[in-house]
Design a protein around this ligand. Structure first.
Ligand code: NAD
Length: 478
């Protein structure tokens, strides 16, 4: 069993005095653990440990830092079963998806380790005689990583690996909903012999531990993934110290299906996107715009496919397509949004209600037809297995409505016409666009939201360099 303690300066710190937070299995509603809600003093100790460790860590050749990242990735692969089961128990995703999350995270760690030999500066011609100018990439210092619950384990690696390879140290705060996988990660990092203080982990609520971390003067970069309102709170807290922020926030991805699309492909891709992790994914298809000529065919096939989606307790009923929503609040939020959509004129062609089960926060796979772009269900993040469909008369109309949103994370487009695909892609105001497929970003890509979906990004070369800053050096010589 994970020790459920903070991990600070290379030690598991027993915390018996802080307030406790109960952790539940969302499929059974049973309490499975209790964790401490770290107050500011505990956060101080973790930030202090990270600050003390950072200079020596930055002195190591990058390839040696990367060696630790690879060692942790190997340990993760050796513990995939227990890690996946822990994620499923506290978060509710299927075991296959949890295994994918664990292995995907280990793969991302390996990918980021490759950057050790690719950190490059620049030499620039000077206007002065006998002067060399060069730009050096240097670590930022201490990173505070604040994580959501939907891909809790993957997000540890997405922040920690680039931060550490770049020469920073880090303090991670997992979501209070899903802390147990992070405790296991701390054990593996410890076993891998990571020098003390390079990685620290504190558990607690957002308003206590998270606020203390994001407003801490000893943090040089807050790297946050979560909702827009929390992103705003974190930016406000960071502002008082002028701490840099990297924010990966919510989305409302449009899936645009044009009349020349491969309808079978679109139906399959959008279904999987909408139900994977029970619809709780920042870049999954959240609203569908289908061109009138194929609207009936698409809707009929889509409803049939969504009706085949199975759900249940992923540990007790192996093989189900989706598990429960994370908690009762999220279930109530999804149910209320669907009710308001129906009151505004949408119809449930499938589902439309809380699942009739004795236990667990399950919502039926749902398809809403007759939606219009002004409806709340087409504008606000649902984060559940609910697909609202609006019919449009042209590609231009679809693009107009797709862009008419405060979010800018992901979009997708289904067409067989390459020219149309290229033209529309240029006009979509989103950080990511998928053509003839749905979300699923590559390690070497760049996952970044525009507008209220965030600031900065993750993955690939550009995501790696978010964890470094530039130093200009001027050398006057003879
Ligand atoms: P959330 O914003 O409620 O919580 C995220 C984290 O922030 C938690 O650890 C929480 O304890 C902490 N927190 C809450 N209030 C805080 C405060 N005032 N100060 C500091 N920390 C605070 O988000 P969530 O419900 O855990 O996750 C779901 C959201 O995350 C969705 O909106 C989803 O779209 C988004 N998300 C985005 C991405 C992306 O890459 N863009 C990825 C995954 C999830």
């Amino acid at each position: 069993m994970p020790r459920n303690t903070h991990y600070i300066a290379g030690r598991f710190v027993e915390d018996t005095t802080s307030e406790r937070i109960a952790v539940y299995n969302p499929a059974t509603e049973e309490q499975i653990a209790e964790i401490p809600d770290a107050p500011a003093e505990v956060v101080d100790a973790a930030v202090d440990a990270a600050r003390r460790a950072q200079p020596a860590w930055a002195e190591l050749p990058p390839i040696e830092r990367a060696g630790y990242i690879r060692a942790i990735a190997d340990k993760i692969r050796g513990k995939v079963d227990i890690l996946a089961e822990t994620i499923t128990r506290e978060q509710g995703k299927t075991l296959d998806l949890a295994r994918g999350e664990v292995l995907g995270m280990a793969g991302l760690m390996d990918y980021m380790a490759e950057w050790a030999r690719r950190i490059e500066g620049e030499i620039i011609a000077s206007d002065r005689k006998g002067e060399a100018i060069y730009l050096n990439r240097v670590p930022i210092g201490v990173v505070g990583g604040i994580l959501p619950w939907n891909y809790p384990f993957f997000l540890i690696g997405r922040k920690l690996a680039p931060a550490l390879v770049a020469g920073n140290t880090i303090v991670i705060k997992p979501s209070e909903e899903t802390p147990l996988n992070a405790f296991l990660f701390a054990e593996l990092a410890d076993e891998a012999g990571l020098p003390e203080g390079v990685f620290n982990m504190v558990s607690g609520r957002g308003r206590t531990t998270g606020a203390a971390l994001s407003g801490h003067p000893g943090i040089d970069l807050v790297s946050f993934t979560g909702s827009v309102p929390t992103g705003v709170a974190i930016m406000e807290a960071a502002a008082k110290n002028l701490t840099r922020v990297n924010l990966e926030l919510g989305g409302k991805a449009p899936a645009i299906v044009l009349k020349d699309a491969d309808i079978g492909l679109a139906v399959e891709a959008i279904t999987v996107s909408r139900v994977v992790n029970t619809g709780q994914v920042c870049n999954c298809a959240e609203r569908i715009f289908v061109e009138r000529g194929v609207a009936d065919e698409f809707t009929e096939r889509f409803v049939k496919r969504m009706a085949a989606v199975t759900y249940g307790d992923p540990l007790a009923e192996r093989g189900v397509d989706m598990g429960p929503l994370i908690n009762a609040t999220q279930l109530g939020k999804v149910a209320a949004m669907v009710e308001r959509a129906q009151a505004a004129g949408a119809s449930a062609a499938l589902g439309g209600k809380v699942a009739e089960r004795n236990r667990g926060h399950h919502y039926e796979p749902t398809v809403l037809t007759g939606c219009t772009p002004d409806m709340e269900i087409m504008r606000k993040e649902i984060f559940g297995p609910v697909a609202p469909i609006a019919v449009v008369d042209s590609a231009e109309e679809a693009v107009h409505h797709a862009n008419d949103t405060e979010y800018g994370l992901t979009s997708s487009l289904y067409t067989r016409d390459l020219n149309q695909a290229m033209r529309i892609t240029r006009n979509l105001k989103f950080g990511e666009t998928y053509i003839n497929r749905e979300n699923g970003e590559a390690y070497q890509g760049f996952h970044a939201g525009r507008k209220k979906s965030g600031i900065g990004g993750a993955d690939g070369k550009h995501g790696f360099y978010e964890y470094m800053e530039t130093q200009a050096v001027y050398i006057q010589h003879g």
